[in-house]
Design a protein around this ligand. Structure first.
Ligand code: ATP
Ligand code: MG
Length: 583
């Protein structure tokens, strides 16, 4: 990739970067200093709910809005830190009354309702384990995950329950209670009404001593490369959430923050619940699904200052012919972040042109629990790069091959697998019931991420592709991201997914699936033009030899292009686990 820097936001935008010299801060950093930010429980230990909600509710922020909820039907509700403390205490008491205790898994299957956010904090208070699922999952993925996660209780709505869960009850004998958010009364000893339970519960709850290593969240991965894994996280992860909230997301006390991710995906918990509340800032929650106009209105009307979203959403905004800077007042917005997939340089440039702000890419995984590599608020952005390692995070590129015993650190600019030194606080503590798989993700004291990347002379990391997605064509290794990003520079291309198609001569040939922007139609002429465009920009060895138009590319619920599915379909092979496929 070529090096192009965006050194600062355009003059008309007021950015308040951290006054941080990255190098100095990186070397001086100590996790012990982050520990000082937390109050600790009166009874001892560290609990997410206390640090995120109760300590603010007990202090100066009691009457400040913690949650501003924007319902899909236009309703708007506000909850202060004091209210969140009381309501979550009630929910913790509800769990106690139902016999749900420490370590027990409480699944949730709802849209982004206030009750979900209250329940999440209540679950942490009770030292139970939050397992959030996407409300749009069908019965099969729900069953798979609830079985694998040993679900003891489920919070959901009447409609979702009737349609998807009631038929599964016989297969879930361990499931003791289903709590229905919108049922006015209990149906049976097993199927209960949230409002009836909450009405009987006290709003006082003393959090039991919590070990920082106690399990807090069980998250299933996005399923981009195969069957989703159950990833175990602990209360101590808040060290990472607090620190990345400060240095990457640049949270300040008066910020209004909006993370668009659903809590069915790790971004929606680590940064859609925990990080903003650790910093005592107002968190916007939008119940509705993607809608460009509504999104711009939220940014404008709620006076959002920090916005955390994903490439899939940005590409959808780019597809439309809206001019947000002219049509909306986005003067309060000062920082935009993105995670989940590589952020095409085109998208960063679009941000500068259309939002007046560059978009800051950052990289992490369900397994890492928090942001690991980022374009910091305070640092220049390198177009197309994932950025610099977080403070306290040691990231390297490794070349390894178990069959030949090769294990070496890559040199600057050399490609290899991205690996991280274990020990960062939000590191996953296991794949649930898959100990062997967990052990296999470490080599010689390093956690292997499964992603290929390289580090440049400035210390910035560049994503090449998932190890599984790398294309081997006529002796070249091609990362799909580079090809996709180049195709996106063409004015007709909204989205591209690139795979290696088996070929008897070349091993694989590069094939691109392309979704077009509004106003463009697939044609033989355009196909030829795009092939020529690719050749001219990438050279014949790397450019796609085949192009196929699709109206939309298959994606996971968290918005990632499923290249393995494009490939399986291309080859007429079984599609594998598609439980997370967005329909
Ligand atoms: P599964 O592990 O089930 O296949 P998944 O890896 O997509 O699913 P997540 O943990 O949600 O599940 O996603 C993490 C992965 O997403 C990373 O390993 C990486 O491949 C990709 N990713 C996330 N952020 C970025 C980014 N900024 N740039 C490039 N890739 C990213
Ligand atoms: Mg993964």
């Amino acid at each position: 990739m070529k090096t192009e820097w965006i050194k600062k936001a355009p003059e008309n935008v007021s950015v308040r970067p951290n006054l941080m010299d990255y190098e100095k801060a990186y070397h001086a950093f100590k996790w012990e200093d982050v520990a000082l930010q937390f109050q600790g429980l009166p009874s001892g230990g560290l609990n997410i709910a206390h640090e995120a909600i109760d300590r603010h509710a007990n202090g100066a922020l009691a009457e400040k809005n913690a949650l501003v909820w924007l319902g899909a039907d236009g309703e708007r509700r506000e909850y202060t830190f004091a209210q969140m403390k009381q309501e979550s205490a009630r929910f913790a008491n509800v769990l106690q009354s139902l016999g749900v205790g420490k370590g027990d898994r409480v699944f949730t299957l709802t849209t982004r309702l206030p009750e979900f956010y209250i329940a999440a904090i209540g679950i942490f208070k009770n030292c139970s384990v939050l397992c959030p699922l996407f409300a749009q999952f069908g019965p099969e993925p729900i069953l798979q995950r609830m079985k694998k996660g040993d679900a003891k209780a489920l919070l959901t709505t009447r409609a979702i329950f009737e349609k998807k869960v009631r038929p599964l009850l016989d297969e879930l004998p361990e499931l003791q209670t289903v709590i229905l958010i919108d049922a006015p009364e209990d149906e049976s000893g097993k199927i209960r009404s949230l409002s009836a339970l909450m009405a009987q519960a006290s709003d006082l709850f003393e959090i039991a001593p919590t070990d920082p290593e106690d399990m807090s969240i069980l998250h299933f991965t996005s399923g981009t490369t195969g069957m989703p894994k159950g990833v175990v996280h602990v209360h101590k992860a808040i060290y990472m959430h607090w620190m990345s909230g400060k240095y990457v997301l640049d949270m300040h006390p008066d910020d209004i923050y909006w993370c668009t991710a659903d809590p069915g995906w790790v971004t929606g918990t680590s940064y859609g619940i925990i990080a903003p509340w650790l910093h005592g800032i107002t968190n916007i929650v939008n119940e509705a699904e993607f809608d460009a106009k509504r999104w711009y209105e939220i940014l404008q009307n709620e006076k959002v200052t920090i916005w955390y979203t994903a490439p899939t959403a940005i590409r959808r905004l780019m597809r439309l012919e809206l001019d947000p800077l002219r049509e909306y007042d986005l003067a309060n917005l000062r920082l935009v972040h993105s995670v989940g997939e590589p952020l095409n340089p085109e998208a960063v440039v679009w941000g500068v042109e259309k939002l007046g702000l560059p978009i800051h890419d950052n990289w992490w995984q369900t397994e890492t629990g928090g942001i690991m590599i980022a374009n910091f608020a305070s640092q220049p952005i390198q177009l197309g790069s994932m950025g610099l390692p977080l403070l306290g995070v040691e990231a390297v590129i490794i070349n390894h091959d178990s069959s030949s015993g090769v294990f070496e650190m890559a040199k600057t600019g050399q490609k290899g697998e991205l690996a991280i030194k274990p020990g960062w606080p939000s590191m996953f503590r296991g794949y649930l019931h898959e100990e062997e798989r967990y052990q296999k993700s470490f080599i010689n004291g390093w956690y292997l991420t499964g992603d290929l990347a390289y580090k440049d002379e400035y210390g910035y990391f560049w994503f090449i592709g998932r190890a599984d997605d790398i294309i081997k064509t006529s002796g070249h290794m091609v990362g799909p991201f580079e090809v996709e990003s180049t195709l996106m520079e063409h004015p007709a291309v909204a989205e591209a997914g690139v795979i290696g198609k088996p070929d008897p001569v070349a091993g694989e040939v590069v094939k691109a699936f392309i979704a077009l922007k509004a106003g463009f139609k697939p044609s033989e002429e355009l196909r030829k033009e795009l092939i020529g465009f690719g050749r001219q920009k990438l050279g014949a060895a790397v450019a796609p030899k085949e192009i196929e138009f699709q109206s939309d590319l298959p994606k996971t619920r968290s918005g990632k292009i499923m290249r393995r599915l494009l490939k399986a379909r291309e080859m007429g092979l079984p599609e594998g686990d598609i439980s997370t496929l967005e329909h």
